[in-house]
Design a protein around this ligand. Structure first.
Ligand code: MN
Length: 341
């Protein structure tokens, strides 16, 4: 995290350097969510509308079913699954990605140590890996940052760009319902609406368009939910067999942790998923001011204060559950002791 926690805009040098680039590649994080897709595809589309030859790196196979509509909104922008030096990119704009290792596209940008890397993000755990970093951990979403930047630059905001950025803000704030939602978030969303963001379409796509495999997966998340520690921790899990039975993929895990989190009285919710064989992903959420980023960091994960993630390879899912749930109990007990209730 930089000191610029409430900087609403990047500094002049960041903007000057960014505007001097003619062929940037915009990238997001692995297993991209609405904010990663919205910011990478929205910003690259906005750049193209300004005559900049921007390209978006976004492997099609990594997109969740329910976020396919965002790819269609950004269809006018060329997308690549990989990049190479021969492509002639003169900058990398990395969005919504806390560390260089989490970038969604191969090969690693470490290969180009002289590259102009622009890092735009709101994760508190961002490692400032760019040459130019604009990290605002007070922002609801990277899409909010991008929308502010485009507005400041006085660029045209097309209807599709407005919808992409709105979808990212909506996704990261769980429909404007998380503590990260600020007056600025609402103002930014209103600005996007004035530019044609399609609220009903985005809402339908994100909230009311489940394919059958996603629906069947949710059924299993409900069935597998366990409540512990005086009802204060709830977790659920999906084994690799659960994915196969539902016909779902690892990429289809998004905000299903909201199911154990939805229980009354739950302060901390965890979702363990084995979408890929022998890789367990954990989504962590805290409610009512409970933090989860330190718990995630204990297992080499990261994220935001109240929403974080972990990946653990090569361990049986039951061992991961046992270890992490035990650590979650200790962590929550110490947080409650510190608050004094
Ligand atoms: Mn985000």
């Amino acid at each position: 995290m930089t000191e610029q926690q409430n900087s609403f805009l990047p500094d002049d040098e960041f903007i000057r350097q960014l505007l001097s680039r003619r062929k940037p590649l915009a990238l997001g994080h692995v297993t991209p969510d609405a904010d990663a897709i919205g910011s990478a595809l929205g910003f690259s589309t906005a750049m193209r509308e300004q005559g900049i030859d921007a390209v978006c790196g976004l492997p099609a196979s990594t997109i969740a079913n329910k976020l396919d509509f965002m790819i269609r909104l950004g269809d006018a922008t060329p997308r690549v699954d990989r990049w190479s030096r021969d492509d002639g990119f003169d900058a990398f704009v990395i969005l919504d990605t806390a560390g260089a290792k989490r970038i969604n596209v191969e090969p690693s940008i470490d290969l180009v140590d002289d590259a102009a890397i622009f890092n735009i993000d709101h994760h508190i755990s961002n490692t400032n890996f760019g040459r130019h970093n604009w990290i605002d951990a007070g922002a609801s979403s990277t899409c909010e940052l991008v929308a502010r930047l485009i507005e400041k630059l006085d660029w045209k905001i097309s209807q599709n760009v407005a919808s992409l950025l709105y979808a990212g803000i909506y996704g990261d704030t769980a429909g404007f319902s998380l503590p990260s939602t600020s007056p600025s978030t609402m103002e930014t969303a209103a600005m996007l609406l004035r530019n044609g963001a399609d609220v009903a379409f985005v809402g339908e796509q994100l909230c009311r368009s489940q394919v059958r495999s996603d629906f069947d997966l949710l059924r299993r998340v409900y069935d597998n939910t366990v409540i512990t520690n005086d009802q204060r921790i709830a977790y659920s899990y999906l084994t690799h067999e659960d994915f196969l039975a539902a016909g779902a993929r690892a990429e289809d895990i998004d905000d299903q942790v909201s199911i154990p989190l939805a229980l009354k009285g739950v302060h901390m919710a965890l979702l363990f998923t084995e979408g890929e064989k022998d890789v367990v992903r954990i989504n962590l959420r805290g409610e009512g001011g409970v933090r989860v980023v330190e718990l995630a960091q204990q297992f080499n994960g990261g994220g935001h204060a109240h929403a974080a993630g972990v990946r653990i390879k090569g361990k049986p899912i039951q061992d991961v559950i046992d270890g992490v749930v035990a650590a979650a109990h200790e962590n929550l007990d110490s947080q409650i002791a510190a608050i004094g209730n």
